[in-house]
Design a binder for this molecule. Sequence first.
Ligand SMILES: Cc1cc2nc3c(=O)[nH]c(=O)nc-3n(C[C@H](O)[C@H](O)[C@H](O)COP(=O)(O)O)c2cc1C
Length: 371
Amino acid sequence: MSSKLFSPLTLRQLTLPNRIAVSPMCQYSAEDGLANDWHLVHLGSRAVGGAGLVITEAAAIVPEGRISPQDIGIWSDDHIAPLRRLTRFIEAQGSYAGIQLAHAGRKASAYRPWASAVGSVPLAEGGWATVGPSALAFDAGFRSPAEMTIADIEEQVNAFATAAKRALQAGFKVVEVHAAHGYLLHEFLSPLSNQRTDQYGGSFDNRIRFLQETVVAVRKVWPDELPLFVRLSATDWTEGGWNADETVALSRQLHALGVDLIDVSSGGNVATATIPVGPGYQTAFAARVKQEANIASGAVGMITDAIQAEHVLRTEQADLVLLARELLRDPYWPLHAADTLKENVAWPPQYVRAASSKTPLRSSVDYSAFD
Ligand SMILES: Cc1cc2nc3c(=O)[nH]c(=O)nc-3n(C[C@H](O)[C@H](O)[C@H](O)COP(=O)(O)O)c2cc1C
């Protein structure tokens, strides 16, 4: 059988070796936004494990855009070299590196998950003042953001573009703009967090303006031959919030602006929303985007099994699957999935003794003399 999961995916001039991506995952382990040995080993292991695309955690475009003080960032040239180290290693494994560019908006300056407190880190403990479309706090324990001025919005659009330029210098082949999970760009999309009365609030066209401007600015500096992704939350799972119809309409517009794939997630903007989490709970949204907006889509959310992933792709619900927690449990998930789907996927030569005898190597090293 020739699987979809292990078929290449070409987006612009980039051909991913398979359709398995490491979904962005904050590691809350950086100082001053600088990627370090943890990020190299964490992301590098997933490239060794055979994921075709390895996307970094949310990388902050400005220091105030970090979710937690321990996030990685790309707000200065000093961030480039340590990121370059990651991309070099990832590509040496036959995989490609992507970076998620992010601003956390009103959810910035938060404690990392294993801290003893939740919500905003106080200024006295290294936290900072937050910004958003309107002065509405995300939840109890989070500070109220300052409403952004038009000049603030322009500044962030430029910061996204400058970050994309640095990402290119760092060797990334995919940029993903984070417009999901209740962070800054999503906050503008949703009428629940955006109550502005200027050209950035109110109507659908006004609420999507900031993201459109961001995408145009990023596309201008990101090479034509490389793909651009946008991650969206398809729905706020809340009456009166951002919804799936709007996601489809926005995806159509983003496609026209040069976006190549919509990474379709959900939720994150309403602390009290009830989300029907379960296997493949978001894939129906990815399918709508792919079919109705006529753009490639990525499916994410409780995809844990090779057959399940293959089914998502084969039924044309998505072009790419992104796995997060399952790849934390098992960095070698793609190699195991290849066994399940009876695909001859190359193992790293260093690990060949663990692979089946028929498995090819990623290099032409002949190990027979050592057996
Ligand atoms: C530890 C952890 C950190 C995450 N950080 C990010 C992030 O930086 N950016 C993002 O878009 N999603 C983030 N997510 C969400 C995942 O990318 C993914 O969408 C979600 O976990 C659902 O996929 P899964 O069921 O395969 O885990 C994170 C998830 C986890 C578990």
